[in-house]
Design a protein around this ligand. Structure first.
Ligand SMILES: CCCCCCCCCCCCCC(=O)CC(=O)SCCNC(=O)CCNC(=O)[C@H](O)C(C)(C)COP(=O)(O)OP(=O)(O)OC[C@H]1O[C@@H](n2cnc3c(N)ncnc32)[C@H](O)[C@@H]1OP(=O)(O)O
Ligand SMILES: NC(=O)C1=CN([C@@H]2O[C@H](COP(=O)(O)OP(=O)(O)OC[C@H]3O[C@@H](n4cnc5c(N)ncnc54)[C@H](O)[C@@H]3O)[C@@H](O)[C@H]2O)C=CC1
Length: 255
C-alpha cells in the first residue's frame, strides 16, 4: 500500500543518504511526496540512491550532492547549492551521516577519536546550524531536524568510547537545539537505533554478535526501513507537538 503523501511540496535534506539508514530515509520521505536532496561523502553512493528515487518516485525533483559534513566549508557550499537549485531552505533535515572507528579505550588513538567526533557530532552540529539558519533567514514557518544518535550513546559499548561519546553528544546537542529553535517553529529530535543491519554493522565481529544473540526482545535485527518509518513520522505534521525527544528504535535491545 502506498504511503500517505504527507510531505508533498516539502524539501528534505538527508546526509549519509548513500547507504543504509540514510538511503532508506530518502526512499521513505520520497514515498511521502518529498523532494529529497541526497547528501553523502560518496557522490557515487548518493547517485545510486538518486537512481532508486527516480525509479520509485518519478516526477519529484530529487538531487544527489557530495558534501563532507565534518567540514564547515563543505557544508556552506552544500547549502549554497541547495538554495540555488530549490530557491528555499529544506523543511526537513535528517543527519544520518556517521562512521565508526572501534577500538578499546586503552588502545584508542587520538586520530580515531577525533575522526568519529568530527563526523558524527560536529557534522550534526554543522548541518543543524546551517539548516536552522537558512530556515530563520528565509522566514519559513518552521521545520523538522532529525538526528541519528544511537542506543550506544545511552548505554555505552565495549570498543566504542569515541562513538558512544559522539552519539551521547548528538542527543545533548539536539535537546539544546530543540529549546533554542522552538521559537522559530523548528522541531529537533533524536532517533536512537539499536542494531540495524547495514554496512556499518557488517564490521561487527561474529563472536560479538553471538554474545548478543537472543538479547533483542523482538527477536530480529533491525532493518533500515524500521528507522525510516519513525523518521517519516518525525518529518510530518503528525509529530508537530514533539521536540527534544529521543526515540529508541531497538526492538527492545538494552531495555
Ligand atoms: C544480535 C544483536 C546484535 C548486538 C551486537 C552487539 C553490538 C552492541 C549493540 C550496538 C547497537 C548500536 C550499534 C550502532 O550504533 C552502530 C555501530 O556502532 S555497529 C559497531 C558496533 N561495534 C561494536 O560492538 C564493537 C565490536 N568489537 C570490535 O569491533 C572489536 O572487538 C574491537 C575492534 C573493539 C577490538 O578488536 P580485537 O582487539 O580484535 O578484540 P576482539 O574482537 O577479539 O575482542 C576481545 C574480546 O572482547 C569481546 N568484545 C569486543 N567487543 C565487544 C562488545 N561490543 N560487546 C561485548 N563483547 C565484546 C570479544 O567478544 C572478545 O571476547 P573473548 O571472550 O575474549 O573472545
Ligand atoms: N546501523 C546501525 O546499527 C546503527 C546506526 N546508527 C547511526 O545511523 C546513521 C547511519 O548508519 P548506517 O546507515 O548504518 O551507516 P552506513 O555506513 O551504511 O552509512 C553511513 C553513510 O554516511 C556517509 N558518510 C560518512 N562520513 C561522511 C561525511 N563526513 N560526510 C557525509 N557523509 C558521510 C557514508 O558515506 C555512508 O554513505 C549513522 O549516524 C550511525 O551512527 C545508529 C545506531 C545503530
Amino acid at each position: 500500500m502506498a504511503a500517505p503523501a504527507r510531505l508533498k511540496s516539502t524539501l528534505a535534506l538527508v546526509t549519509g543518504g548513500g547507504s543504509g539508514i540514510g538511503r532508506a530515509v530518502c526512499q521513505r520521505l520520497a514515498q511521502e511526496g518529498a523532494s529529497v536532496a541526497v547528501v553523502d561523502l560518496s557522490i557515487d553512493s548518493a547517485n545510486d540512491t538518486l537512481r532508486r528515487l527516480a525509479r520509485d518516485a518519478p516526477g519529484q525533483d530529487h538531487v544527489a550532492l557530495a558534501a563532507d559534513v565534518s567540514r564547515s566549508e563543505s557544508v556552506r557550499a552544500l547549502m549554497e547549492q541547495i538554495q540555488s537549485r530549490f530557491l528555499a531552505p529544506p523543511r526537513v533535515a535528517v543527519n544520518s551521516a556517521g562512521i565508526t572507528r572501534d577500538e578499546f579505550l586503552l588502545r584508542l588513538s587520538e586520530e580515531a577519536f577525533d575522526s568519529v567526533l568530527n563526523v558524527n557530532l560536529k557534522g550534526t552540529f554543522l548541518i543543524t546550524q546551517a539548516v536552522a539558519q537558512s530556515i530563520v533567514t528565509s522566514g519559513q514557518d518552521g521545520g523538522s531536524i532529525i538526528n541519528m544518535g544511537s542506543i550506544v550513546g545511552k548505554v555505552g559499548n565495549l570498543g566504542q568510547g569515541n562513538y558512544a561519546a559522539s552519539k551521547a553528544g548528538v542527543e545533548g546537542l539536539t535537546k539544546t537545539a530543540a529549546k533554542e529553535l522552538a521559537k522559530f517553529g523548528i522541531c529537533c529530535n533524536t532517533i536512537l537505533p539499536g542494531f540495524i543491519a547495514t554496512p556499518m554493522t557488517e564490521k561487527v565481529p561474529q563472536k560479538v554478535l553471538d554474545k548478543f544473540a537472543g538479547m533483542i526482545p523482538l527477536g530480529r535485527l533491525g532493518r533500515p526501513e524500521d528507522v525510516a518509518d519513525v523518521c517519516a513520522f518525525l518529518a510530518t505534521e503528525d509529530s508537530k507537538y514533539i521536540t527534544g525527544a529521543s526515540i529508541e528504535v531497538t526492538g527492545g535491545l538494552f531495555l
